[in-house]
Design a protein around this ligand. Structure first.
Ligand SMILES: Cc1ncc(COP(=O)(O)O)c(C=O)c1O
Length: 416
């Protein structure tokens, strides 16, 4: 577990600063116990329902995490050929992998069809592509229910401006297009957004999708997507799984009568709180009464603050007992004004070389990371329940970073 009760931050039995020394920084660290605890919470509150639980790989594609969740009974929701292959690589069978792409190409669908994984289509164009591929199975259709929810407008995926899914009124046309080439519809899917705290919204979605499903012959599965909220600030709420379970019980009889299996696709909920991005303070500036604390990471490693204005707590890992006496902006090392990890934070006096922990970064941290400014992706470590730490991803080397620029081996020569 992640322990902030003493003067130093511990992840499991290991001191965060010792992990920084051993593996270097920036470093993503994931606590296995936290993932297991979150996974059990979901499994126990859904165990009495006809339910498949698919981990949404886009939250964090770390293969150790995938393998851990697979061992606990989870399948996978994949959004690209890369994620499909990763899930297959850790041993998931095709029926345990569901591909839900957006603006998919025929090449994307080809990978899914050749591997035989489950597919949700997002538009009539995807339906036509499957016909061109002579696909012989049944698919799911992603619906935009015209309502959504989430932490930020960019994490809301249903509604009149959302690019995802097809409208309910477009469904009959898609069903008949698919039927023309022998493809059935076995599932209706919607994903409302990310950061949802209200179980009632999922029940509303369930009712919306089952009403549509009853009009189509052959639908077996109702897929409610992911989006279950975790707290980032102390005042934030987490998704109440027990309430969800009680509300599901109220509709269980209807589900059983219709013979529908439910699918949920949690991503963030399983991994967000397990992750910590460790970085080193590299410089400190004073600006009109407050500090700008520079670090060796940035929004290339954690895009969420710049993309969504998201909040992540920042701790000085060995100064947890020291009083917060200064106000600081914690910034990265990129040539970008938006490279701000945390604004206006009260922290203990920082020094060059101090290690900071950017908390709750297990979801949409590494998976959204980039090589902007040609900087390396961080290494990743898992602290196992047994107490040992394992390196699950090496830090990139300069050679790897430049490897794809083959052209640089033949520079143009100057005339003069
Ligand atoms: C189709 C689909 N399912 C599941 C998820 C996972 O959402 P979350 O990580 O909020 O649970 C997403 C996230 O974008 C998604 O697009």
């Amino acid at each position: 577990m992640i322990d902030t009760s003493g003067c130093s931050l511990y992840i499991g039995l290991l001191k965060a600063s010792a992990l920084a020394t051993e593996y270097g920084t920036p470093l993503y660290v994931y606590d296995e116990d936290t993932i297991i605890a979150r996974a059990k919470e979901i499994l126990t509150s859904t165990e009495h329902f006809p339910m498949k639980i698919l981990y949404s790989i886009k939250a964090n594609p770390n293969p150790y995490i995938l393998s851990l969740l697979y061992s606990m009974g989870f399948g996978f929701e994949a959004s690209s050929p890369g994620e499909i292959l990763l899930a297959a690589g850790i041993g998931a069978s095709p029926s345990e992998i569901l591909f839900t792409g957006s603006s998919v190409s025929i090449e994307d669908l080809k990978v899914a069809v050749e591997l035989g994984v489950e597919i949700n289509i997002d538009s009539i164009y995807a339906a036509k592509k499957l016909c061109r591929l002579n696909y012989a199975g049944s698919v799911g259709v992603r619906i935009n229910p015209m309502f959504g929810a989430g932490y930020h407008e960019y994490t809301i995926t249903g509604g009149s401006r959302a690019k995802f899914g097809v409208l309910a009124e477009e469904l009959p046309n898609i069903v008949s297009k698919l039927k023309e080439c022998g493809i059935g519809v076995k599932r209706l899917h919607a994903h409302l957004g990310s950061g949802i705290t209200s179980p009632s919204l999922y029940i509303e979605l369930l009712r919306f999708l089952t009403t549509l499903a009853r009009k189509i012959r052959g639908v077996e599965e109702i897929d409610l997507g992911g989006g279950f909220a975790v707290p980032y600030k102390p005042s934030d709420k987490r998704f109440p799984w027990k309430v969800f379970s009680e509300k599901l019980r109220e509709v269980l009889e209807e589900l059983i009568a219709d013979n529908y299996t439910l699918i949920i696709e949690p991503g963030r909920y399983l991994v967000a709180e397990s992750g910590i991005l460790l970085a080193e303070i590299t410089d400190i500036k004073i600006r009109s009464g407050f500090l700008i604390v520079g670090t060796n990471t940035g929004i290339n490693h954690l895009l969420r603050p710049a993309l969504y204005g998201s909040y992540h707590e920042v701790l000085l890992v060995d100064k947890l007992c020291e009083k917060a006496v200064v106000t600081a902006d914690i910034v990265g090392n990129l040539c970008e004004s938006s490279d701000i990890i945390a604004r206006n934070r009260k922290i203990p006096t920082p020094r060059e070389g101090d290690i900071i922990a950017i908390m709750n970064t297990g979801a949409y941290g590494i998976s959204m990371a980039s090589n902007y400014n040609l900087r390396f992706l961080p290494a990743e470590v898992v602290v196992k329940s047994s107490g040992e730490s394992i390196l699950t991803r090496r830090r990139q080397s300069l050679e790897q970073l430049l490897e794809s620029y083959k052209w640089t081996s033949k520079p143009l020569t100057r005339d003069t």
